[in-house]
Design a binder for this molecule. Structure first.
Ligand code: PEP
Ligand code: MG
Length: 583
C-alpha cells in the first residue's frame, strides 16, 4: 500500500523524481543489551566481520583518492585503518563481550566511552583532537554492525539515481554530492530558504525538507516518488501512481527543451524594456550552466563555498586563480564577487580558534562583521578580487550590511589596499564597482545613504525576509510564516528601489525571490530591472519578462502598494496575473 509523507518542497526545474532510497543512519548509539553466554561467539564473529567490512570500505575509499588530493587526507585514512587493528579498541571490546556477556554494539560503545574519556583528559590540544578519530572509527564499525549506511559512507557510495534520505544535510554535504547523479534529497530538518535548500535548487535536485522521522520510516533501497512541488514523498507507490509520475517526468523534460528556444532571445518586456537577467554561482563550475542558460553576467558569486570541505584557509593566490577561472569562463560579461559570508548556517572552522558556540549565529559574527574582525580572513580575498579586476569586469559586493560605518570601514580598507598595491606595482581596475547587499531591515531603511556611498545595491530577500519577519530560514517549524509577499517585506523592497533610483544607483535582487517566476511581474512592477538567480531559473523568468507590459504592471503595483495591508498574497498575484494576461 502506498504511504505518503509530507514536508517542505524545494524545486528547481525538476520538481519530480523517482528513485531507490539511500537512507543515512542517524548517529548510532546502541542501548545496553545483555546476551546469553551461548551467543558470545556469535557476537565476536559479528564484531570481526564488521571490522573487516569497515577496513575494506576505508581501503576502497583510500584507493579512490585522486592524486591531486593533499597527502594528509590519505594519512587520516591510514590512521583510521591502524586504529581498527589497535588492541586498545579491538581486544578491549572483545574482552567486554566475553566477560560481561553483552552484544558487540554495546561493548564497542563502552570501549569508545573509555577511550574518549582518556583523550578528553589529555593536556595536549593535538592529542585531544585524536578523540575525534576514535569517534569516527567507532561510528564506521557501528554502521557495519547495524547494517545501514552512514554519512561517512556517503562519500564513497554509488548514488546515481538514488534518493538520499538523511536527518539533515549541511551545505558542505550538498557540495560534496554535486555531480553524483543524486535523484532527490529528503531530510528530516531544514527550511526551504536554508543554504542547503538553495544549493539543492541550484543543483536542480528535487528536495523535500522537514519530513519528520524520515530516516526511521523510509527503508534503505525502497522505491520512492518525490514531489518537491507539493513537498510529498511516496513510498511503495502502486503502478498507477508510478505511471502518473513517470509521465510528469517526461512532460517536465519536454518543457525544459521547449524553454531552450529562449536562450538566444533578448530579455525584453512586451513594451520594449530591457531586463538584465544574471546568474547566482556557488562554485566556479556553475559558470557552464550560467552561460548555457544565457545569463548576462553573474549577479552573485557566493565565495564562502571556497572555505568548505577542506582544512585551512584559501590564500590570496588560490582566491585569484578561482576568480580568474570564472572571469575567463564568462567571456566578457560581469562577475559580481560577494566577499565571504561565513557564519550562521554556513559554519566553518578554518581560523583554528576555539570559538564558542553562539546562541543566535544568524545575528552574530557573520559575513562582513567577521571580515572586519578578522583581517587575516578578509585581506587575501580583497587583494585577490582587486587583482582579478585587472583581468575582466568584476564588481565587489559586501554582504550583511547593517550600518553605514561598516561600509565606511570597508571603503577605507579598499582605498588603503589599492594604495599598497599601486606601490607594489600590482595592477587593478581603479573603477571596479563596489556594492552592498540589502539583507537587513536596517540596511533597507538607510538605503538612500548606502546608495550615495556605493556603486550598486542588491536586495538579498532570503535574509531580508528572515530578519524582517523574525523567521529562522533554516527552521522548518516556522517556515509557514516565511512570506516574501508580507507587506513589511514588500515595503522594504520598494523603499530600497526608490532610494536607489533617487541617487541613480543601480539596484538588483539576488535572493531566491528573484528566480521565482511567480514573482517576476511583481518585481518588474516594483521597478526592478536586474534580477540574479540560479542558472536553472533564467529561461523561465525570461519567458515571463517577455510576456510583461511593464508600464501596466507599474501602474497596478502602485495601486496595490497603497492598499497593501488589505490585500492577500494570492489576491496580489492574481491581480498582476490579470494585468499580464490582458496585455
Ligand atoms: C540573500 O540573503 O538573499 C542572499 C542572496 O544571500 P544568502 O542566501 O547567501 O544568504
Ligand atoms: Mg544572505
Amino acid at each position: 500500500m502506498t504511504s505518503a509523507f509530507h514536508g517542505l518542497g524545494v524545486a528547481g526545474t525538476r520538481p519530480v523524481a523517482i528513485g531507490a532510497a539511500f537512507v543515512l543512519a542517524r548517529d548510532l548509539v546502541p542501548s545496553p543489551d545483555e546476551i546469553a553466554p551461548a551467543l558470545v561467539d556469535t557476537e565476536l564473529r559479528r564484531l570481526d566481520s564488521a571490522l573487516a567490512c569497515a577496513r575494506q570500505h576505508l581501503e576502497s575509499v583510500r584507493s579512490q583518492i585522486p592524486a591531486s588530493t593533499p597527502v594528509h587526507i590519505a594519512e587520516f585514512i591510514d590512521a583510521h585503518l591502524l586504529m581498527m587493528t589497535d588492541s586498545a579498541l579491538v581486544d578491549a571490546t572483545r574482552e567486554l563481550i566475553t566477560q560481561n556477556c553483552i552484544n558487540a554494539s554495546w561493548a564497542l560503545q563502552l570501549q569508545r566511552d573509555t577511550l574518549v574519556e582518556i583523550f578528553d583528559q589529555m593536556d595536549d590540544a593535538y592529542l585531544r583532537t585524536r578523540r575525534d578519530d576514535v569517534e569516527h572509527v567507532v561510528r564506521q564499525i557501528q554502521v557495519f554492525l547495524n547494517g545501514e549506511p552512514s554519512a561517512d559512507t556517503l562519500a564513497a557510495a554509488d548514488l546515481h539515481g538514488r534518493v538520499v534520505v538523511a536527518d539533515d544535510l549541511t551545505p558542505a554535504d550538498a557540495i560534496m554530492l554535486r555531480n553524483r547523479g543524486v535523484a532527490a534529497f529528503v531530510t528530516e530538518h531544514g527550511g526551504p530558504m536554508s543554504h542547503t535548500a538553495i544549493l539543492a535548487r541550484s543543483l536542480d535536485i528535487p528536495t523535500v525538507m522537514g519530513v519528520h522521522n524520515a530516516t526511521h520510516y523510509l527503508r534503505h533501497g525502497e522505491l520512492l516518488v518525490i514531489n518537491a512541488e507539493t513537498g510529498t514523498v511516496l513510498a511503495e507507490a502502486d503502478s498507477g501512481i508510478l505511471m502518473y509520475y513517470r509521465s510528469r517526468l517526461a512532460s517536465a523534460d519536454a518543457r525544459r527543451s521547449a524553454l531552450r528556444r529562449l536562450v538566444r532571445e533578448p530579455s525584453v518586456s512586451l513594451d520594449g524594456t530591457p531586463v538584465i537577467l544574471l546568474a547566482n554561482l556557488e562554485l566556479p563550475e556553475d559558470v557552464t550552466a550560467a552561460c548555457a542558460n544565457g545569463a548576462a553576467g553573474v549577479g552573485l558569486y557566493r565565495t564562502e563555498f571556497l572555505y568548505m570541505n577542506r582544512e585551512g584557509l584559501p590564500d590570496e593566490e588560490e582566491h585569484l586563480a578561482t576568480y580568474l577561472q570564472i572571469v575567463r569562463g564568462l567571456d566578457g560579461v560581469p562577475l559580481t564577487i560577494r566577499t565571504l559570508d561565513l557564519g550562521a548556517d554556513k559554519p566553518f572552522h578554518g581560523l583554528g580558534s576555539d570559538a564558542p558556540a553562539h546562541n543566535n549565529p544568524a545575528l552574530g559574527l557573520r559575513a562582513i562583521r567577521l571580515c572586519l574582525k578578522e583581517p587575516s580572513l578578509f585581506m587575501p580575498q580583497l587583494r585577490a578580487i582587486l587583482r582579478a579586476s585587472a583581468e575582466g569586469p568584476i564588481r565587489l559586493m559586501i554582504p550583511m550590511i547593517s550600518s553605514l560605518s561598516e561600509v565606511d570601514q570597508v571603503l577605507t580598507i579598499i582605498s588603503q589596499t589599492r594604495r599598497a598595491m599601486r606601490r607594489d606595482g600590482l595592477p587593478f581596475d581603479p573603477l571596479m564597482p563596489i556594492g552592498g547587499m540589502i539583507e537587513v531591515p536596517a540596511a533597507a531603511l538607510v538605503a538612500g545613504a548606502l546608495a550615495r556611498r556605493l556603486d550598486f545595491l542588491s536586495i538579498g530577500t532570503n535574509d531580508l525576509v528572515q530578519y524582517t519577519l523574525a523567521i529562522d530560514r533554516t527552521d522548518d517549524a516556522v517556515s509557514y510564516l516565511y512570506d516574501p509577499l508580507h507587506p513589511a517585506v514588500l515595503r522594504l523592497i520598494k523603499w530600497t528601489i526608490d532610494a536607489a533610483a533617487e541617487s541613480r544607483t543601480r539596484v538588483s535582487m539576488c535572493g531566491e525571490m528573484a528566480g521565482d517566476p511567480r514573482y517576476t511581474a511583481l518585481l518588474l512592477g516594483l521597478g526592478l530591472r536586474e534580477l540574479s538567480m540560479q542558472p536553472g531559473s533564467l529561461l523561465e523568468v525570461k519567458e515571463r519578462v517577455r510576456g510583461c507590459d511593464i508600464a501596466a504592471l507599474e501602474h497596478e503595483v502602485r495601486g496595490i502598494m497603497d492598499h497593501l495591508d488589505d490585500i492577500s498574497s494570492q489576491h496580489l498575484l492574481d491581480r498582476l496575473a490579470e494585468v499580464s494576461l490582458a496585455t
